[in-house]
Design a protein around this ligand. Structure first.
Ligand code: COA
Length: 260
């Protein structure tokens, strides 16, 4: 599978996906979004890949948003299609069934912040800047940013970020819970790779069910979410990995999970 605006590297259970349009700060045009969609589907079906890192090419940006050249000429129906398409790609990331770590190496604005929020865990370089500046263009986020941001940082904080369009420093984003960690820019990829390696060594089916229990369960009424969790808890009891995990503990050794 070859891409013009994406780089993919796979090594030891971890795939690194890099949005590669540094001249426009990795802005997401239609082609790049479509390449992301195809890459994510490919990674979903690759059993050798157990964790993914998503980052941006160059020193300056993770992703500086949707491509404003395309936004400037969109029609009402085209705008709706554009938003639905973007939402779909970000949903694929959220529901990949494998952890996706956003390594935020610079600007994560607009669609870039939305992309990071669809990831499982966000690590930011201390030089990163996050925000939803759409309001300054006379528009609003269209890749579910209004929804994910409010769910991650709370309604009041989300509304301030969405209505001011201000950029947040990595430290401020961390204080609000928008990013999990802030690290020196020079060690961002090493930190992301170390975390990805840790997650890639976990039992893949249990990982997938935890992701499902949290993402799907949060959209359900609490009693249904609990029974959903209990059902997944019962299902993992059918796996070789459950037997390996419990046996390894009792034998005082590290488990070797196979994803079965
Ligand atoms: N879409 C299209 N092109 C973009 C872009 C975007 N979202 N963000 C940056 N670019 C382009 C710029 O137009 C510029 O192109 P040029 O070299 O042909 O002039 C290039 O990337 C570099 O950006 P520039 O603005 O010169 O860098 P800067 O360091 O002065 O500012 C930002 C960086 C991120 C603050 C600024 O680029 C910006 O505000 N970008 C838009 C962010 C945004 O509103 N995103 C939400 C879109 S919905």
């Amino acid at each position: 599978m070859s891409f013009e605006n994406l780089l993919i590297e796979r090594d030891a259970g971890v795939a690194v996906l890099t949005v590669n349009r540094p001249k426009v700060l990795n802005a997401l045009n239609t082609q790049t979004l479509d390449e992301l969609r195809r890459a994510i589907l490919d990674l979903k079906h690759d059993d050798a890949v157990r964790a993914v890192i998503l980052t941006g090419a160059g020193e300056k940006a993770f992703v500086a948003g949707a491509d404003i050249n395309e936004l400037a000429v969109q029609s009402p129906t085209g705008g709706r299609e554009h938003a639905v398409r973007g939402q779909h790609v970000l949903d694929l990331i959220e529901h990949l069934g494998k952890p996706v770590i956003a390594a935020i190496n610079g600007y994560a604005l607009g669609g870039g912040c939305e992309l990071a929020m669809a990831c499982t865990i966000r690590i930011a370089a201390d030089t990163a800047k996050l925000g939803q500046p759409e309001i300054n263009l006379g528009i609003l986020p269209g890749y579910a940013g209004t929804q994910r941001l409010a769910r991650i940082v709370g309604r009041g904080r989300a509304l301030e970020i969405l209505l001011t369009g201000d950029q947040l420093s990595a430290q401020e984003a961390h204080r609000l819970g928008l990013v999990n960690r802030v690290v020196p820019a020079a060690s961002l990829m090493a930190e992301a790779r170390a975390l990805a390696a840790t997650l890639a060594a976990k039992a893949p089916i249990a990982v997938r069910y935890i992701l499902e229990a949290v993402h799907k369960g949060l959209e359900m009424p609490f009693p249904q979410a609990q029974i959903f969790e209990a059902t997944l808890f019962g299902l993992v009891a059918s796996t070789d990995d459950m037997r390996e995990g419990t046996k390894a503990f009792l034998e005082k050794r590290k488990p070797d999970f196979k994803g079965r």
